[in-house]
Design a protein around this ligand. Structure first.
Ligand code: ADP
Ligand code: MG
Length: 199
């Protein structure tokens, strides 16, 4: 594991004794790691070392046999991917999948969807209906929030270089944008827009 950047002292993400067994094979063996606010941590290792399994465990794709994961002081062990995504914890996959008919901007905005105030009502049916109504009628508060998020995503995409920035309104199936490097940028920008620090 390698650490870089200038972290703050506050531990945001804390992984303790996480273990995953497949029959007799211990794919992830008592892993401990912590990520401070603003810190960048890499997990490295040879093929079969257990990196993908670890990421699956930390993003709710798979369930650990043992261990505890905390995010911002909350125990998030065993939460589903959508519950983790609502907290800004998400992963990309190597295939770099995008929604071909959506623009680059909309593809990335999907990652920030759970940050919208209207998606965080917490009421099972009423919350969903309210979200649809607010999206349909678009009151000023919703439009303001949407515009702020779009500005933020445009700034975020500028950090990914020149491949996507001039093509934000193009559909993801269009030339250049549909190529694997651009799709990977798009997928990385999408998870970055989930922004755990925004909570
Ligand atoms: N679903 C699974 N069932 C059984 N064994 C698995 C499963 N997923 C991964 N493994 C095994 O766990 C080990 C770690 O795999 P993986 O996490 O994919 O490693 P890495 O991503 O570091 O290359 C490997 O030996 C792999 O064969
Ligand atoms: Mg792997």
């Amino acid at each position: 594991m390698s650490h870089s950047s200038s972290p703050g002292s506050e531990i945001l993400f804390d992984v303790r004794h996480v273990t995953r067994r497949f029959g007799g094979l211990v794919a992830v063996d008592d892993v401990n790691l912590s990520v401070a606010r603003g810190e960048c941590v890499s997990v490295i290792g040879p093929n079969g070392a257990g990196k993908s399994t670890l990421f699956n465990l930390l993003t709710g794709i798979d369930t650990a046999d043992q261990g505890v994961v905390r995010f911002a002081g909350e125990d998030v062990t065993g939460m589903a991917p959508e519950q983790l995504a609502a907290r800004g914890i998400a992963r990309t996959f190597q295939h770099g999948r995008v929604f071909g008919n959506l623009s680059v901007l909309d593809n990335v905005l999907i990652g920030a969807h759970a940050r919208l105030a209207m998606t965080r009502r917490g009421w099972p049916v009423v919350g969903a209906c309210t979200e649809v109504l607010r999206a349909l009628f678009g009151p000023a508060s919703v439009r303001r929030e949407d515009a702020a998020l779009r500005d933020e995503v445009v700034a975020l995409l500028a950090r990914f270089g020149t491949r996507l920035a001039p093509r934000l309104q193009q559909p993801a199936h269009s030339p250049v944008v549909c190529e694997p490097p651009a799709r990977r940028d798009c997928a990385c920008a999408r998870v970055a827009s989930a922004d755990p620090a925004a909570r």
